[in-house]
Design a protein around this ligand. Sequence first.
Ligand code: FAD
Length: 508
Amino acid sequence: MSKSHRDLKIVVIGAGASGVACATKLLEYGFQNVLIVEAESRLGGRIHTIPFGENVIDLGAQWCHGEQDNIVYQLASQKDLLESTGPVYENYQCVRSNREVLPDNVANRLKAIVGDSLVSRQMELQHCSGSLGSYLTNKFYEMLRRPENADIDKVLANEFFDNYQKFENSVEASDSLEEVSGRGYLDYWECEGDILLNWKDKGFVELLRLLTRSRELETSSDLGVLEQRVLFNRAVKKILWNRNDSRVELQLSNGECCLADHVIVTVSLGVLKEQHLQMFDPQLPVAKQRAIQGLAFGTVNKIFVEFPEAFWPEDWTGFTLLWREEDLGDIRNTSRAWLEDVFGFYRVSYQPRVLAGWIINASGRHMESLDRNEVLAGCMYLFRRFLHWHIPDPVSFCTSAWYTNPNFRGSYSFRSMDTERLGTGAQDLAQPLTVVAMTPQSPARSRSRSRSLPQQSRCDRPIVQFAGEASSPHYYSTVHGAVEAGWREADRLADFYSLNDATAKSQL
Ligand SMILES: Cc1cc2nc3c(=O)[nH]c(=O)nc-3n(C[C@H](O)[C@H](O)[C@H](O)COP(=O)(O)OP(=O)(O)OC[C@H]3O[C@@H](n4cnc5c(N)ncnc54)[C@H](O)[C@@H]3O)c2cc1C
């Protein structure tokens, strides 16, 4: 390898959390010819903070999930940027489609039943060969049959459990919990500590400021260390990775081409699923294709509604929508059927007049195709159908649309029954494409050259690498997983060129 590592051209595809983390880490290691190609006109990907109401909202990632072993927490807590959101998603009210509010004692007992199953889940799922859905259903009804729960109204319990499954689907991004692998669910490791830390009045975009060391990201005028290193509004259409010279050719949407020594792909699993057959030439190895097919990627969307004033009681942190079977006929098989999968609305930190709703599955994807006024009218129908107060007309309204955007094609990844059936996982997605090469000269080895020539041997040189949240073995579907995966691939290159942390620091 005649080139110094400083001159190697490295292209990172995608400027989401993973791409930004990877590129900034590569710069720290002293690689200087680093470029990000990004299809959107902004940094962040599924981190998307926008002004709304009295402050900002996050259309994608919103909370830092946990503290221990959480790279995002480690970065943000040094600057005191995070704050507990409190029990917003625990102390919610349960309201029925006849405007009845479940009494606290009933709601709390039903919440305790699903809460108890959370504890036993970790142990019991290890021996489960079925879906998370069948496990949770069996567990819920088994607990409901216990003598101490005999007095719980079964109709209410069904309504509650139906809603609870929608909530769990939003955690997984699954359409149905029957899709989710029971055992695969345990692949995800929850970081200890507070799992709902918000970014105060800043939004998740603050993480990008930390990574890039910039101040004014929202104006795109300051990309910090990435200044002049990001090509926006360019989608990579083709990755040609078996050229004779072992370089990788990228063809971009605007007709430009670029050659790179190393490429790091951080696009979402949704994009890979849709595009990998056309994108990679030659096609990806079978194990990689199996990972792309077997790992699952689903849609969750958010609905933000700003009211002129808060009409809900002080002590309400949010409310879930329990449909009575006899009322569902009012929307099923109508143009409002999608509303059945809006499962609740919750308060938003630093936004006293805003409620955030969540919608899952095919209904969430369908909502993206509707006219904005139709969506708002649907939400107002829900508010007025479920709540007994006068509901003022909203002053503004906004929804996310992660599925229809070709640069995402969904929200986040999970482990499905297909993942298990195909025996695949994050490690197969993360495996780099390599060519056989001679070991490169490390800076230390080069210095010793005048005295004696170092021994070189054959090795696998990574030329196309894969990062992104879905490639994280245990923190997939999160930003900390995405950042860690980006760093993992930067480290892989640094290891290949025998650069270490000390090298990184000396290059700063
Ligand atoms: C609604 C929602 C809520 C979430 N909530 C949380 C949360 O509270 N906490 C949490 O930790 N995580 C949350 N997540 C998950 C988190 O946002 C993601 O795991 C993380 O941001 C993914 O980062 P990434 O870099 O892997 O991918 P992405 O952010 O998708 O980045 C990939 C980038 O590649 C670009 N791209 C795509 N195709 C091309 C192409 N052909 N050429 C060039 N560029 C391309 C895209 O535009 C994008 O910018 C949430 C996600 C969603 C959608």
